[in-house]
Design a protein around this ligand. Structure first.
Ligand code: IMP
Ligand code: MG
Length: 175
């Protein structure tokens, strides 16, 4: 079956929102060292753009690999750590950078996990939020866009590992 991609958020719309998020984060963390924790793989593009929109001298980047999805489009609810942070976060201000909060299970788990390492603070920045599918309440401190209950791809988000390289966010429609 052929797949057609319909644009939900254009590259320009995303870039403008990322600039705004970067500005807000810059103001909130002024004079405080910040550790961006990018959740792999989905946030690799958003995180890269967001990092460049944050104008702080003391900003470091680390990566956390997780897997909560199989080949399909529904959450298994099981969060597996596939790659841990390379540095301790004790006493640090941490900002978790996610592509999307869907059921919320991944972020709730990651937030609890990072808390046990005694950071100074942990906040969450997510590009997208799908409130319709929420299974657990997660406080998103910095949010790009709220979207409807559609499976989206692009700008880091995949469908069975495909479409991460799209410069925009789209919805797959079967023809
Ligand atoms: P959760 O359901 O909030 O735990 O989301 C887990 C992960 O599923 C997210 O970090 C994404 O990587 C992935 N995910 C959720 N919804 C979508 C979607 O619409 N497109 C692509 N990936 C998604
Ligand atoms: Mg993800």
């Amino acid at each position: 079956m052929a797949e057609r991609l319909v644009t939900l958020l254009s590259a320009e719309q995303i870039a403008e929102r990322v600039r705004e998020l970067g500005k807000a984060i810059t103001e909130d963390y002024r004079d405080r060292p910040l550790v961006l924790v990018l959740v792999l793989k989905g946030s690799f593009i958003f995180g890269g753009d967001l990092a460049r929109a944050i104008d702080l001298r003391d900003c470091s980047v680390d990566f956390l690999g997780t897997r909560s999805y199989g080949e399909g489009t529904s959450s298994s609810g099981v969060v597996q750590i596939t790659h841990d942070l390379s540095n301790p976060i004790e006493g640090k201000d941490v900002l978790i950078v996610e592509d999307i909060v869907d059921t919320g299970l991944t972020l709730a788990h990651l937030h609890d996990l990072l808390r046990t390492r005694r950071p100074r603070s942990v906040r969450i920045c997510s590009l997208l939020h799908k409130p319709a599918r929420s299974k657990i309440e997660v406080k998103i401190d910095y949010l790009g866009f709220t979207i409807e209950d559609r499976f989206v791809v692009g700008y880091g988000l995949d469908f069975a590992e495909r479409y991460r390289n799209l410069p925009y966010i789209g919805v797959i429609e079967q023809e």
